[in-house]
Design a binder for this molecule. Sequence first.
Ligand SMILES: C[S@@+](CC[C@H](N)C(=O)[O-])C[C@H]1O[C@@H](n2cnc3c(N)ncnc32)[C@H](O)[C@@H]1O
Length: 390
Amino acid sequence: MNVKQHRNILITCGPGLKDYLQAEVEALGFRVVSTHPGSVVTRGSYLDCMKLNLCLRTAYNVLILLREFRCGSTSALYKQISNVPWENIIAPEEYLCVLSKVDTWTINNSMYPNMKVKDAIVDRINRKTGSRPDSGSDRNNVVVNLFWKGDKGWIYLNTSGVKLSDRNYRKMPHKAPLRESLAAGIIMATGYDGSQDIVLPMCGSGTLAIESAFIAMNKPAGSLRTDFGFKHVKVFDKNIWEVTRREVRKTIRKDGLQKRIIATDIDAQAIEAARQNARTAGVEHLIEFNVCDFADTEVPQGDGIVVMNPEYGLRLGELEELEKEYKRIGDFLKQKCQGYSGYIFTGNKQLGGKIGLKTSRRMIFFNGNIECRLLKYELYEGSKQQENSE
Ligand SMILES: C[S@@+](CC[C@H](N)C(=O)[O-])C[C@H]1O[C@@H](n2cnc3c(N)ncnc32)[C@H](O)[C@@H]1O
């Protein structure tokens, strides 16, 4: 495998995150060739994949295309996969995981093609080297992805392995934590870049606050990960990886933050978890944590961003109680956050309506398979006076 050869790179993401992922890929200097609901395609080499894996905040997996082929049956699939020189990519002592997505008229589940791909790879390595890698569902080693649609197939090397949304800082989960890639997408959607104050009441285990700190410092999302799929292939070169990491680290802002990140929660255990996670992430010093009701959160004077992710009833809490809470959130935004842009992330439209303020934007995201909205409110300086004068 030529590590410098340019190939198609398919970067997958959660539903609703594609536009943010595209912006990130372009900001890293890559041209986006096409986009799809859960992915973005660019061009680059295996070496480029290292940088993408290290930096991308909203991606799940970075897949590099090994071969594209026609195939109308599982025996043709076996033959096509056998033609790839796997012995140059995977050492026999490695462990292989195959993931398949199949949409073809001849096969109605992905188990069988999965097995065919795995057999074709390990049989070829066995033929060429005299021994074969073990295989299974563990994604901590070499991961290969098959996409088979109609009579076309694509086989990719998954250079991420475990999803990139697993940043490795959430050692203490709390109630209903957001996936890190989703939290990063939410913060990106607010336009936050560290040059404003950001206030995060109801912060739970701190995901939004930690991702904000990463963005403010320009700290690569993958800084804390020690493992990636690309490290398990034969062409991996530790020295090149170190150089890539050093180059990327140069862009981290080291002069501290000019503005504040304030994160609060009513639950002391949540704040303890958030603090611990922030410590693991290396950003505890950048976040001001406090235990309090959201309405008592300090909101610095001037303009800034306030983001809240209240419970929304589908998984936690009762609807009637929550209606009252959402109304209280509306009052808090109106009375304490003048001059700010307010954002509420919720999976319940009806509750969103209880905020009682006019939304200036609604952005759709998915939390697992729950369709959620990030509701934006412009909290003009005059809104309190206006309300008081009614
Ligand atoms: C859905 S969770 C937030 C999860 C968070 N985004 C994360 O990634 O971990 C909602 C949080 O709101 C907190 N909460 C509920 N009522 C509150 C109140 N009145 N004031 C402050 N926090 C409150 C809960 O303790 C919980 O941590």
